[in-house]
Design a protein. Structure first.
Length: 182
């Protein structure tokens, strides 16, 4: 991953985490900056192949995050942030960031659930969610499972995205082949 991409990517992710932690929102100007920077930078560095990579990065992020947004499991800012990251890094590295984000977000979530003594309640919600999805029903009938509601325990996904991004950026230079995955 080029150093310029690492710097812009890290800046976008850290700023998104700050806004998400502080105000529980990720501003559109920030994700638009990331999206346009990714497109322009990849065209500048890699030509048409870079543009193709950016669009595929945006596409895979949309494929994963738009259903989560539609199910009210993820906010619009989170989905747009991941599209901006996809624009910057392309689909291959985006997948690494996605998995790192999922693992780190899961660990943070478990710590918060245990610390707030909501393990039993959370397990009941997971059962409810699985039951509703198995019956092709929306899980947000339970307001605790609707990211737009204040009823449930919510985690700022932008912070988990920033952590996952920073992990991948820090490891990208030391893991053979990662810089080739676009």
């Amino acid at each position: 991953m080029p150093v310029t991409t690492q710097i812009i990517l890290s800046a976008i992710a850290v700023l998104a985490a700050y806004f998400d932690l502080r105000w529980r929102t990720i501003p559109n100007w920030l994700v638009l900056t990331g999206l346009l920077s990714g497109l322009a930078l990849n065209v500048f560095l890699f030509g048409w192949e870079g543009l193709r990579s950016s669009f595929f990065g945006i596409g895979i992020a949309m494929l994963v995050y738009l259903p989560l947004y539609a199910l009210r499991a993820m906010g619009a800012g989170d989905a747009k942030l991941m599209m901006a990251i996809g624009s910057l890094v392309g689909p291959g590295t985006w997948l690494f960031i996605f998995f790192a984000t999922g693992i780190l977000g899961g660990i943070i979530g478990l710590v918060v659930i245990v610390a707030s003594k909501r393990v039993k309640h959370t397990l009941w919600n997971v059962g409810f969610l699985l039951h509703r999805l198995a019956n092709l029903q929306t899980p947000y009938a339970n307001s605790e499972l609707d990211v737009r509601s204040d009823a449930g325990l919510r985690l700022p996904h932008g912070a988990a995205v920033a952590l996952g991004t920073i992990v991948v950026v820090c490891r990208s230079g030391s893991v053979a082949g990662w810089d080739l995955i676009r």
